[in-house]
Design a protein. Structure first.
Length: 302
């Protein structure tokens, strides 16, 4: 399971289409697509997505973030971005509405300098859920239906039209007040510690010496989980009795031993794959955590 869900991952999960060729879609201008929620998954896994998403949720369910959650029991407009991970657990069998997903390239960089920079789509730390009354629900539903009709049309400039509709959705939300109904996770420390350990484990086993480990410090994990590093450290220590750094060092050491014993990669390649740019840094780390050098392990295997 990847640390981030890519556009390709999304289509494989939703459409079960592992042969989808995104180059045949609208990747030239960034990617954008609109879907009905009628057949959406009842559980969306907790992860970051490397795309943006605007959803009209009609149906009940719970939206989970690392340290807070909200119960959706009335029509809601939800904004998500690649920075903040979340999961969705549907409660009602019937789920309706629409969602639009798009990549960063679809929104031109210059547009971020205007009103979008302060919008619920790009503003970090803002509450991303807007409950809709009957009038707002009709307006938002109409926009999504027009977007869906437009993307299915043959109009050569349809993506510019869709972008304008997306702006309308954003401004519709900016006229409203975001909900303050989020609740702190009762077991927030347990949840954060569990998410940290899950994310740590997802990175292994290492299967190539050419890609370096990307998430390897407490700050890296805090950024990926969208929590403050002090909050992460306190939660992990409280629940596990070990520090975040101790968990990371232990798991990297475990993987290093496996690579030394079961691959023919040289020491530099193993060190690089585990996030060490210089072989000497890897050797010092390994000796500090095991009392012996990587070469000693290799000699013992000879």
């Amino acid at each position: 399971m990847s640390q981030h869900e890519t556009i390709n991952d999304f289509y494989k999960r939703i459409l079960k289409d592992s042969c989808l060729n995104l180059s045949e879609l609208n990747t030239r201008i960034g990617h954008v697509n609109i879907f009905s929620r009628d057949n959406c998954a009842t559980i969306s896994p907790y992860s970051r997505r490397d795309y943006y998403k605007v959803s009209l949720i009609i149906g009940t369910g719970t939206l989970h973030y690392a340290d807070k959650w909200i119960y959706i029991n009335k029509p809601a407009l939800l904004f998500s971005n690649p920075i903040v991970p979340y999961s969705w657990e549907a409660e009602s069998e019937k789920q309706e509405g629409w969602f639009c997903l798009f990549t960063d390239a679809f929104i031109e960089p210059g547009e971020r300098k205007g009103s979008l920079q302060e919008s619920p789509l790009f503003s970090l730390g803002a509450n991303p859920v807007y409950f809709l009354d009957e009038a707002a629900l009709k307006e938002v539903s109409d926009i999504f239906m027009k977007m869906q009709a437009e993307i299915q049309s043959n109009y050569p400039h349809k993506y510019n039209v869709i972008k304008n509709y997306l702006h309308l959705l954003i401004h519709q939300a900016m006229k409203l007040s975001p909900t303050e109904e989020f609740k702190k996770q009762i077991n927030a420390s347990t949840r954060i510690c569990g998410l940290f350990l899950e994310l740590l484990e997802r990175q292994f086993p290492i299967d190539t010496p050419t890609n370096a480990l990307q998430i390897k410090t407490a700050q890296d994990f805090a950024n990926s989980l969208s929590v403050h590093v002090n909050h992460l450290n306190r939660s992990v220590k409280e629940i596990s009795g070990k520090t975040t750094t101790e968990h990371i060092a232990s798991r990297i050491t475990q993987e290093a031993k496996a690579l030394l014993q079961h691959t023919d990669w040289n020491i530099a390649e193993i060190g690089y794959s585990l996030g060490f740019q210089e072989p000497a840094y890897f050797t010092n780390f390994f000796k500090k955590n095991t009392g012996i050098t990587p070469n000693t392990v290799r000699l013992q295997m000879a």
